[in-house]
Design a protein around this ligand. Structure first.
Ligand SMILES: [Zn+2]
Length: 535
């Protein structure tokens, strides 16, 4: 059955199986060793929706892998806290103090917030509490700990041994003036503590040391001129970014890592370096970036795009997961208006999940990944009632209320089983109220029809509703449709006029469903109020 599974995490999991086979051949990787998934985090800023989506997606691949293989797995969240600070981030306190430390490893810069032992210590703590708040199962690993404890020593010495070969991978990709001086190693200056200002002047593979001079100015950060010879081991030296990735993959034996599209070239070079060192690069895929409403890359400093907190004001976390799950290789616009649609698609998938017994369909449904915790806990994962988020938004809109009990009354009248989905609905109502208040209300503009032909259509619908004693959304829908069609009104124009009259907006839900939910009698009264020019 596993060959038939089509969701993208299974495709990735199959890549991992191929990778493991290659790794076993190349370096005799043990079949008993847990399969290692890694996600990287740059602790120069706070975790955000990109951090969440990378960890979530990696976890989904891990879950798919567990479907195909019995081998145990681990997920590492790796923090690059030995990286030098390249730029003082916006929106941090004590920016002047931090500016003095430009070029030093993040783990050696005081915490501008005064809470942790270092700048990266603060960011790492935020990362961990962020990941913990979503219940991710991961192990936190810090670059600083790996370097300074000596765990990276074997890889660092191996890079020194293969110095020229590693240079030969990277140097051709550099601009000519940078080629001669380029070294995989960046010594941490013993005098000024900076890692971005040093330049390697000689290598001594016979005793595992390198010589350097601190003479490179870096974005306004002055070099101190110090010269020395240091071991490449125990955190005296770090390796530059593409080599760093390779070092980690090589020493830890990483089997899977995904990365943003902007890092495709870096990942290819890192893979080449791992092979130079004698290892097998991990399997992995790239994902596309999030864009803002206008299709530009999201800028945290400009405040474009949406934060997770903002999303969760208007849609459940699972709807964000849904948005992140579908087609990771495609660029996505992350803004307000995608929330209702993602929420409805999530609810549809949830309801399909609850209604099938077909094992392949269950495993291929994104819900298998998004709701992993609830599924594994044996909870009933379903959404049986037919109330979509858009219908709920429109109900809130037409009721023009923040009275939850009133909304519940309407929902119960619509479907006597809604209480089975009470927990989900409660969350949706809360968010529909937020959405209405912040987004719909400011743009609402009721408009009673003044066009003769529309008025004829409205009267036909009035007539139908006044005499209707059924309870079928489909009958109401077709009566609504006929009221436009019979009077030769273009359907686009007809429905738009109905939405403007009833809801004060240009678009809306399927009217049959909506009128059924809001009530036939109530809709009739609403039409009369609007025709009388009342809001
Ligand atoms: Zn220095």
């Amino acid at each position: 059955m596993s060959e038939q599974l089509e969701a993208w995490p299974y495709r990735e999991a199959r890549e991992i199986l191929d990778h493991l086979e290659r790794a076993e051949k190349r370096d005799g990787k043990s079949k008993d060793k847990p399969v290692l998934f890694e996600t990287g985090f740059g602790p120069s800023g706070l975790p955000h929706v990109g951090t969440f989506s990378e960890v979530a997606r990696t976890n989904w691949v891990r879950r798919a892998f567990a479907q195909l293989s019995d081998r145990p797995t681990r997920l590492l969240a790796f923090s690059d806290d030995m990286d030098g600070l390249r730029k003082v981030p916006d929106n941090i306190p004590n920016a002047d103090m931090v500016q003095q430390h430009l070029g030093k490893p993040l783990c050696d810069i005081p915490d501008p917030f005064g809470e942790e032992e270092s700048f990266s210590g603060y960011m790492n703590a935020k990362l961990r509490s962020f990941l913990d708040s979503f219940g991710f199962d991961y192990e936190f690993i810090s670059s600083k700990d790996k370097y300074r404890s000596g765990e990276f020593n074997s890889g660092l010495l191996r890079i020194l041994e293969c110095y020229d070969e590693v240079r030969n991978v990277i140097v051709p990709t550099l601009r000519k003036p940078s080629r001669e001086d380029w070294s995989p190693f960046f010594p941490v200056c013993e005098n000024c503590g900076k890692v971005n200002n040093t330049r390697v002047t000689d290598t001594h593979p016979e005793d595992g040391t390198i010589s350097y001079v601190c003479d490179q100015s870096f974005r306004g950060s002055q070099a101190c001129g110090h010269e020395s010879t240091v071991p490449v081991t125990d955190g005296h030296v770090k390796v530059g970014w593409k080599v760093d990735w390779a070092l980690r993959w090589y020493v830890l034996g990483v089997d899977y890592e995904m990365y943003g599209k902007d890092l495709i070239d870096s990942a290819a070079l890192s893979a080449e370096i791992v092979r130079v060192l004698g290892g097998e690069p991990p399997a992995g895929m790239f994902y596309e970036m999030f864009l803002d409403e206008n299709g530009a890359k999201i800028s945290k400093s400009k405040g474009t795009g949406l934060s997770i907190d903002e999303w969760m004001q208007y849609g459940p976390l699972e709807s964000l997961s849904w948005f992140i799950f579908k087609r990771p290789e495609k660029a996505k616009k992350l803004f307000f208006e995608v929330i209702p649609r993602s929420t409805d698609q999530y609810l549809e998938a949830l309801s399909e999940y609850g209604q099938t017994d077909d094992q392949t369909a269950l495993l291929d449904n994104p819900i298998h990944f998004i709701e992993a915790d609830r599924i594994d806990a044996g909870e009933d994962v379903d959404y049986g009632c037919g109330i979509s988020y858009s219908v709920l938004l429109n109900l809130v809109s037409v009721l023009n209320t923040d009275d939850k009990d009133m909304i519940w009354d309407y929902l119960r009248r619509y479907d006597e089983n809604v209480d089975d989905d009470a927990e989900i609905l409660e969350g949706l109502i809360e968010r529909a109220l937020n959405y209405y208040r912040d987004y719909v209300l400011p743009t609402k503009e009721y408009q009673a029809p003044d066009d003769e032909e529309i008025l004829v259509g409205v009267n036909q619908l009035r007539e139908f509703l006044a005499n209707y004693d059924g309870d079928d959304p489909e009958e109401i829908q077709s009566a609504t449709y006929r009221a436009g069609k019979d009077n030769d009104i273009k359907l686009g124009k007809w429905f738009k006029a109905m939405y403007r009259m009833l809801l004060g907006q240009d678009r809306g839900p399927r009217l049959g469903t909506f009128i059924h939910l809001y009530g036939v009698k109530e809709t009739l009264e609403l039409i009369d109020r609007r025709l009388a020019g009342e809001e």
